[in-house]
Design a protein around this ligand. Sequence first.
Ligand code: GRF
Length: 207
Amino acid sequence: MPGIAVLLSGSGSNLQALLDAQAAGELAGEVVLVVSDRAQAYGLQRALQAGVAAAYIPLRATRGPLRQQWEQRLADIVACFEPDLIVLAGFMRVLSAAFLERFPNRVINQHPALLPADGGDTVTTTSGLVIPALRGAHVVADALRLGLPVTGCTIHRVTPRVDDGPILARAEVPIQPDDTVESLHERIKAVERRLIVATVNRLLASE
Ligand code: GRF
């Protein structure tokens, strides 16, 4: 069974979707490791409840040698589990080229907005609407602030460029007039949970 490592920083509802699919015999792999950079991340509890190895690797500095040390430690722990796929599921850290080179073509990321296939600044929706490609950590709020009628989610391969890299899956989510950041993000995440299971299955099946 191919191994999957999940890196996260928060609630881990996407991890839960993978664990639920696994428990139902509907995942083409096995979650072998969950790592968080935050001790309070509920995703760690979800991992432990499912009997999956869970590690908290505290980040003491966001740059310099301590940052490098942290990433090295993260890579060493992940490497121990020899995962076939590494899923960034709400992992709020950018991984360096050094990390990615150690796991070539194995790291995928979930992004709660639509990203274009060409790395450009706009995305064309299925209805032909051209909207800005939203990147960064606040894209759900950005979609609301810009008054977009539609946003969505993307799963892509990770490259050293933030929120970029070959697109693996994408789905649109309409924005409703009374949406708040919370309500919109929750609807996006409901779609993301289905998409991550389907995408992981597709990737592992084609290996
Ligand atoms: C998702 O919206 C993902 O796209 C973003 O962080 C969120 C993670 O949600 N990067 P959860 O922790 O899996 O509930």
